[in-house]
Write a protein that binds this ligand. Structure first.
Ligand code: NAP
Length: 319
């Protein structure tokens, strides 16, 4: 069975930053990359807010660079899904793809959170070309234009308010008459003259022409009446789903499935397991915050292994 000091699960900015730090610290991390190598950033086009790139960089290029940087210092990669993990005793026993087993003295969970989708026609097809899951990332491109935000929670309110800095008109579409968002966020949005409301309406289709979003088809939930809201951009803000199904009953998760970490650290509820990036971040969900917590996880692992090692490090490679 393969034995490793550290296994990192997930290859977004959090996991790859942890890999860079741990590889440079001679920890030979093994990184397990799933079906979406590079994470959510590989689904975006231009990234203009990651420090260090004056003219911006594409999401796939940024992630490819991070991966190569980690490899340069000795990180190794394995393609597959971590399907199970035994957390009762250490070293942890990790199952990949339902059959292959590895041993790890420390584990970093950086499997991210996936944006929730409506599942309507035109949504995935126009992703990155008018359909976005991140106002902070893409709002800038809608200066002087019309956009819609779908959702009734705090994210929708925050994104709608943020988008009014650029767009001339922002319409919030929500499936109920009542918003879920906190009163303070609702009030802030309601006081904003640029925000229009399409409440109690179900989004049924995103319309586009020549690769550009042109409108959103909605149906009124009471009257059944259909209307098209013209728009240049469609922002999804209906929540995220943390990728933690394989961790259920293994470590503490909150009611939404996010990994609970000790505040100010990346330590999960089981000693030796650490979490970084969106999988433990309900609030910020930015590439740079993910990278920052990836660095924290690497340093936490280093301190942990210095203090509590149980493996014979002369035998850390495949037997
Ligand atoms: P959320 O609170 O779960 O709200 C998701 C919204 O999307 C709800 O209004 C929900 O409608 C709607 N929705 C879900 N699935 C849908 C579907 N299939 N079709 C149409 N609408 C759908 O998620 P969030 O707004 O991302 O917030 C997540 C957490 O982060 C919350 O705890 C929030 O307070 C926190 N947060 C805080 C801040 C802040 O304080 N600055 C900012 C952002 C987020 P229903 O209401 O009908 O269920």
């Amino acid at each position: 069975m393969e034995k490793h000091k550290v296994v990192i699960v997930g290859t977004g900015p959090a996991g790859l930053t942890a890999a860079i730090y741990l590889a440079r610290a001679d920890m030979n991390p093994l990184v397990i990359e799933g079906q979406e190598p590079g994470g959510q950033l590989t689904l975006t086009t231009e990234v203009e807010n990651f420090p260090g790139f004056i003219e911006g960089i594409t999401g796939p290029e940024l992630m490819d660079n991070m991966r190569k940087q980690a490899e340069r210092f000795g990180a190794t990669f394995k393609t597959g899904w971590m399907t199970d993990v035994q957390t009762e005793s250490r070293p942890f026993r990790v199952t990949v793809n339902g059959k292959e087993e590895l041993e790890a003295e420390a584990l970093i969970i950086s499997t991210g959170a996936s944006a929730r989708w409506l599942g309507v026609p035109g949504e995935k097809e126009n992703f990155g070309q008018g359909v976005s899951t991140c106002a902070t990332c893409d709002g800038f491109f809608y200066r002087g234009r019309k956009v819609v935000v779908v959702g009734g929670g705090d994210s929708a309110m925050e994104e709608a308010s943020f988008l009014t800095k650029f767009a001339d008109e922002v319409t919030v579409i929500h499936r109920r008459n009542e918003l879920r968002a906190s009163k303070i966020m609702q009030n802030r949005a309601k006081e904003n003259q640029k925000i229009k409301w399409a409440l109690n309406k179900t989004t049924t289709e995103i319309l586009s022409d020549n690769g550009k979003v042109t409108g959103v088809k909605v149906v009124d939930n009471d009257s059944g009446e259909e209307e098209v809201i013209e728009t240049d951009g469609f922002f999804l803000a209906i929540g995220h789903i943390p990728n933690t199904a394989f961790l259920k009953d293994k470590i503490e998760l909150d009611e939404s499935g996010y990994v609970v970490v000790k505040p100010g650290t990346t330590k999960a509820s089981v000693p030796g397991i650490f979490a970084c990036g969106d999988v433990q971040d309900v609030t910020y969900k930015q590439a740079i915050t993910a990278a920052g917590t990836g660095c924290m996880a690497a340093l936490d692992v280093e301190h942990y292994l210095e203090g509590e090692s149980t493996l014979d490090w002369s035998q850390t490679l495949s037997e």
